[in-house]
Design a binder for this molecule. Structure first.
Ligand SMILES: NC(=O)c1ccc[n+]([C@@H]2O[C@H](COP(=O)([O-])OP(=O)(O)OC[C@H]3O[C@@H](n4cnc5c(N)ncnc54)[C@H](OP(=O)(O)O)[C@@H]3O)[C@@H](O)[C@H]2O)c1
Length: 214
């Protein structure tokens, strides 16, 4: 798959690297320095390059939006036409100082995003785990018991793209239904962050949903 990374920080930098290692063609974009994007591309080694947001969006089938919520309008403006693209968002709708959600209960960041780019298919994915756990999950991907990763979207095609990439990174995809489920998924992320950054045991934290049958 050709994947554009829109926001190459903690989440975008790591996920882009893992997508490339899993065999996808990746373009890293949107950082404050071009040299950083080039370094990420070099370090990912396989099939990765640095580019502008426009270039990353133009060629990609799927995009990962991994910028701060306050930067999202600017990133979308730079991206241009997103018709037919699958946009996976891990961007939480947080205020400037990352202390609280600015959208919630009757909507979600993912739904607001979908309203602003109706020509694209928006999927909420990857935002429910801390960046610190991603490489460890990838390293353990051959194990039978994988950590879960919830995602949600309205369109089947978007769900299929997300499930594939989630598996490639080493998680077990859990379909949480329509995009409106992001209303529950986004606050859940704050719980995961609380456990990861304030709890005991460190930030390399994943989660796993299990069903029990008698
Ligand atoms: N970090 C996590 O564990 C985590 C987990 C779940 C969800 N999220 C969500 O994922 C999204 C990304 O988080 P993150 O932690 O990856 O953030 P981050 O490390 O700050 O990455 C944001 C990226 O945007 C770039 N950027 C910011 N302002 C810019 C500007 N004016 N011009 C050009 N580039 C600019 C940054 O450039 P530089 O690289 O030069 O700084 C960086 O590459 C956020 O919405 C966050 O809520 C994060």
């Amino acid at each position: 798959m050709r994947i554009g990374i829109l926001g190459s920080g903690l989440m975008g930098g790591k996920l882009g690297t893992l997508f490339a290692r899993a065999g996808h063609e990746v373009v890293f974009s949107y950082a404050r320095s071009e040299r950083k994007l080039q370094r990420l591309a070099r370090q990912a080694r396989h099939n990765a390059r640095a580019g502008t947001v426009r270039a990353a969006a133009e060629t990609a089938e799927a995009l990962l939006l991994a910028a701060h919520w306050s930067r999202v309008p600017e990133v979308l403006r730079q991206a241009g036409d997103l018709a037919g693209k699958v946009v996976l968002t891990c961007s939480l709708p947080m205020n400037e100082d990352d202390t609280e959600l600015v959208v919630g209960r009757s909507s979600s960041g993912a739904e607001e995003l979908a309203r602003s780019i109706p020509e694209a298919t928006v999927v909420s994915a990857f935002g429910t785990v801390p960046s610190e756990v991603l490489f460890a999950v990838f390293a353990a991907r051959r194990r039978a018991r994988r950590p879960s990763l919830v995602y949600c979207a309205d369109a089947r095609h978007g769900k299929n793209v997300a499930a594939r990439l989630i598996r490639d990174v080493g998680f077990e995809p859990v379909d949480a239904g329509p995009l409106r489920s992001a209303r529950y998924l986004e606050p859940f992320t704050l719980l995961v962050a609380q456990l990861a950054y304030e709890g005991k045991g460190g930030a390399q934290l994943g989660y796993r949903f299990e069903r029990f049958r008698r």
